[in-house]
Unconditional design. Structure first.
Length: 326
């Protein structure tokens, strides 16, 4: 998610709150073994504004159970520690917005397969959190790494075996102490155990898994690159390679064919890549694009968050290939 926040699928490893059985019952718009054509109607597509006037939008995720989109609305830093307040908004198509969780402290979001939990990268207390969608109660999924507080967890993605992967740049750390020794990292959490994936990336940001869960992609904003990791059967990661070079990669999503949709913050674009890394085209959504997520009844609507602080908007565009929901 974005590198300028100072202004501004799957299952969840919820320390036992989800089970493999619950994971297996998740609905999906992706058809195993299906063949898909080109994802974009043309190589240059323009998204349409749904509604503007928000402060700073991030982390959209589609809840198939309720047919709604959840997203974080972040405010300007406040208090002596310079922490950004945020809340979770709920968008009910075609035009209704309301506050779903006030004071959520959230950035990146992901919904559990059964819709009962909302996983959130929460910079307010520098953790990964889980919210009950029924009563909005909050629990901690990842509190720290080896006793040291994270910088400001930013974005996350979920694997069907219960492994959660998340990025930890320092954009929302504010004036709080650096307990990561100047490093920004990528982590995974499974069964309540936090493990390191990579400590060498500069400002890791967006993160997404391939539909089969065997490949992990991470956007390194400070490196202007998207990294690709093999994922082993136990959820650990293996070889890392550079998947693509692009300006200021922010949030991302993926479709059922494995095509990757990565927000370029500075360019105000979604860059669309094939699984091989070939650039297929772009989607324009105004300035400072932060993230994207598939949704809608058939999974073919791409929702995009983009704008300038104080004037952010939610955009949408219909595409040819359904998205891999998480």
């Amino acid at each position: 998610m974005t590198r300028r926040k100072t202004l501004a699928a799957v299952a969840i490893a919820l320390a036992g709150t989800l089970t493999p059985t619950a994971t297996a019952t998740a609905a999906s718009v992706c058809t195993p073994g299906a063949s898909y054509g080109p994802p974009l109607p043309s190589t240059s597509v323009t998204a349409q504004l749904v509604r503007g006037g928000f402060n700073f939008l991030e982390g959209p995720t589609w809840d198939q159970r309720t047919g709604t989109l959840l997203l974080s609305n972040m405010q300007s830093p406040t208090g002596p520690q310079g922490v950004q307040p945020s809340s979770v908004l709920r968008f009910t198509p075609p035009a209704t917005f309301d506050t779903f969780i006030a004071n959520s402290g959230s950035n990146g979001l992901a919904i559990s397969p059964d819709g009962s939990r909302l996983l959130a990268a929460t910079h307010d207390n520098r953790t990964v959190s889980s919210y009950s969608t029924a009563d909005r109660s909050r629990t901690t999924v990842a509190a720290n790494y080896q006793g040291r507080a994270f910088n400001s967890p930013n974005d996350l993605t979920l694997r069907s075996d219960g492994t959660t992967y998340f990025t930890d740049p320092n954009y929302q750390r504010g004036y709080r102490a650096d307990e990561q020794g100047g490093r920004t990292g990528v982590f995974r959490v499974r069964d309540g155990v936090v493990s390191l994936v990579d400590y060498t990336l500069s400002q890791p940001n967006g993160i997404v898994l391939s539909p089969d869960g065997n490949t992990l992609y991470v956007g390194a904003t400070g490196n202007n690159a998207i990294m690709k990791y093999t994922v082993n059967p136990d959820g650990s990661t293996g070889t890392r390679t550079t998947f693509a070079s692009m300006r200021t990669p922010d949030g991302a999503t993926i479709d059922c064919a494995g095509n990757i949709y990565w927000a370029s913050y500075d360019e105000g674009l979604i860059r669309v890549y094939s699984p091989s890394g070939a650039l297929l085209g772009t989607i324009s959504a105004g300035r400072n694009t932060t993230n994207a997520a598939f949704g809608g009844p058939d999974g073919r609507t791409l929702y995009i968050t983009s704008g300038t602080p104080g004037a952010f908007g939610l955009y949408q565009v219909r595409l040819n290939v359904p998205g891999n929901p998480y």
